[in-house]
Design a protein around this ligand. Structure first.
Ligand SMILES: [Zn+2]
Length: 365
């Protein structure tokens, strides 16, 4: 009987899929271009220098974005669908249509697999897109409540704006101090070097950071690189969400220069994330959008004067044109690279991004 014991244990290990034989679940990086439809991505191919990093993907799909309340979604309902797998109403922050909190991908990966977590945004960190990963409130404008949820969230690294919702609150609480008391190293002035052994938070503006045309500089690529360095410093896998927020705002402002520069900044950030995935194969990078903004198209470009009642086309130019200053119902692209990338090509509803992410994590480990 003693001689039988060892092979029997081995056999049991194989049949039960004992964790000692499994590899660590993959890191997940989610890069969200707020308002980034196919036309916005296309702008990188006509206005940038060199080949856009978008072209490095081979696994691509399209995503339907409508919410349960509106054909044209807002960022809150879309981010709720992506973050929780549950479709909800416009303005919902990771709550179901009957306003019940739904666990987010960030929360699930941390609780089930011990992921470390990070969030980067160009808006207030309490704005709809980042908020949907850690907060649960009925309306996106509850910025002070959302900020309070961040304090209890255990997120390891965050960078963005929104300092006022932590320090200048109607209830008198100083959340900045509460975060510090929980051991966070905080900076409200600059992206100073992260402390690898503590949680780190950067709240660099009272509300949103400036846009590229207003002089934001390299905050987005720098924060992405810093977050990756920090999160990969420890053994545990990580979940890292980065949002290029101003592509949406360029659509609302119907500002072509702003759109082109924000997409270029996004693509530069994408290059850093793709390099990381190529060097760390047990990582999954997903790039997508919550919705398109502006009904943008890259249309023919014309000379400003009209000659004999006809506008004259400039044959070697295209122009960014806007159909409205609002979100649209267009399908948005999704790109995947790395561990589990095969789960993402296709055409599907935005809440399936969540399901496919979880499936990818579970099958790749
Ligand atoms: Zn918007």
């Amino acid at each position: 009987m003693r001689y039988l014991f060892f092979p029997l244990t081995l056999l049991l290990c194989f049949t039960l899929n004992v964790p000692a034989f499994a590899q660590q679940p993959p890191n997940v990086i989610l890069l969200i271009g707020d308002g980034m439809g196919v036309p916005q991505v296309s702008s990188a191919f006509y206005f940038g220098e060199g080949t856009p990093h978008f072209q490095r993907f081979t696994k691509i799909g399209l995503v339907k974005t409508n919410s349960v309340s509106n054909k044209v979604t807002d960022s809150a309902a879309a981010a709720t669908a992506i973050a929780t797998g549950v479709r909800s109403y416009n303005r919902a922050i990771s709550v179901s249509p009957d306003t019940v909190a739904v666990p987010t991908i960030l929360e699930q990966l941390r609780e089930e697999y011990g992921y470390r977590t990070g969030l980067v945004s160009l808006t207030s960190i309490t704005h709809a897109t980042p908020a949907c990963f850690y907060a649960h409130v009925a309306d996106r404008d509850q910025h002070e409540d959302i900020a309070a949820h961040l304090v209890g969230s255990g997120v390891d690294f965050f960078a963005g704006g929104g300092l006022d919702y932590f320090r200048r609150r109607s209830d008198g609480r100083d959340l900045y101090r509460e975060l510090a008391a929980q051991g966070y190293r905080l900076d409200s002035l600059q992206l100073s070097a992260a402390d690898p052994d503590r949680k780190n938070g950067y709240l660099l503006a009272p509300e949103s950071l400036p846009s590229k045309v207003e002089g934001r500089g390299d905050f987005l690529p720098d924060a992405a690189r810093m977050g990756l360095d920090y999160l990969s410093h420890q053994e545990a896998p990580f979940f890292f969400m980065v949002e290029g927020s101003y592509i949406d705002w360029a659509g609302h402002a119907e500002n072509d220069t702003m759109l082109i520069r924000e997409v270029a900044d996004f693509d530069k950030t994408l290059g850093i994330l793709l390099d990381y995935v190529e060097e760390h194969p047990n990582t999954l990078l997903i790039v997508t959008a919550d919705h398109e903004t502006g009904g943008v198209s890259l249309a023919k470009s014309y000379h400003s004067q009209v000659v004999f009642g006809q506008r004259k086309e400039i044959p070697d130019e295209v122009a960014v044109s806007f159909n409205s200053n609002q979100h649209s119902a267009e399908l948005v692209p999704i790109f995947a690279k790395g561990a589990g990338e095969d789960h993402f090509p296709g055409i599907y509803q935005n809440n399936e991004i969540f399901t496919r992410l979880l499936r990818a994590v579970r099958t790749e480990q």
